[in-house]
Ligand binder design. Sequence first.
Ligand code: MRU
Length: 350
Amino acid sequence: MPAFKTLEWKDDALVLLDQRLLPHEVRYVELCSPDEVAAAIRDMTVRGAPAIGAAAAYGLALTARASQAASAASLLDELRAAAELLQAARPTAVNLSWALARVLRAAAIPADPKEMRAAVLREAHAIAEEDVRTNKQIGLNALPLLPDEVTFIHHCNTGALATVDYGTALGVIRTAHEQGKKVFVYVDETRPRLQGARLTAWELSQLGIPHQIIVDGASGYVMKTRKVDAVVVGCDRVAANGDTANKIGTYNLALAARAHRVPFYVCGPTSTIDLNTPGGDQIRIEERPEEEITHIAGILLAPAGSPAFNPAFDITPAELISAIISEGGIARPPFDWSLPRVVAAARKKI
Ligand code: MRU
């Protein structure tokens, strides 16, 4: 069992494991205001769609805790302003707006500001607790798709670090391992922030799951020359037609998987399924600073002045996805038919 907590509400503050320093330093930071939470989401102290959703929910709890508002109406105004600030921190993952909307809905019910403060914290805790249950269910739902000896390629980090605990695509790998399957994982290093090499390899080591790190460009070669049973990835936003936004490089991996007839599974909670967005073209892709590409650990590697283009996510078209595995079940193509069904099933289950 990994001995870390990605995020935790402790002594009226939000405590985050600083993911920028991993794997070499395990340091926690204590945040006391929504501005600090928004900054931590932006600079990727905390990252991964479900984790940033839960962190943002606690950002509203910090707003409520600090507020001097004497009426429910003015406290709600303060919460809405904080939600706007948090929402702007990273645009692609729908979990951020989903969690904020959920807390604001819970806050709008009590007529008394004291009760409203309690309702906000209660809802943030509920989001965090549900996330762990949801992830374990995703892992169990995936089991029938996997052979007893299974080799995966995994992209980015989708583990306990990207969620409140357990993980989504990495949770699928973890469940398979815990259930006695013989598991091996090729870990995409995931340029430019190296979530795979730094974070996924760190988690797999702690779980005792055999793995090797590969550069992102090696996945086609690995599929061609070695036995790969499944590609598993997470998601930041799944559109109603199944088009999926996830870490940059996911689309290339899906193309390679199709060429080698390897099943390509997207794993995520139904909170990442955005039925209000018709297709991938409508998903906003975050662009991050050029220095993430031109520098590594602060050292300039590219020629000084060479510009870089740094989209943080890409869209994998639905036709390259074999199935989308959620806590509500397995959605298969056509996704515009199956996704609403797994969303409805999840509402009953969790
Ligand atoms: O930029 P990041 O590290 O936040 O990107 C993370 C991913 O792309 C994950 O695959 C996704 O958020 C799902 S995490 C369970």
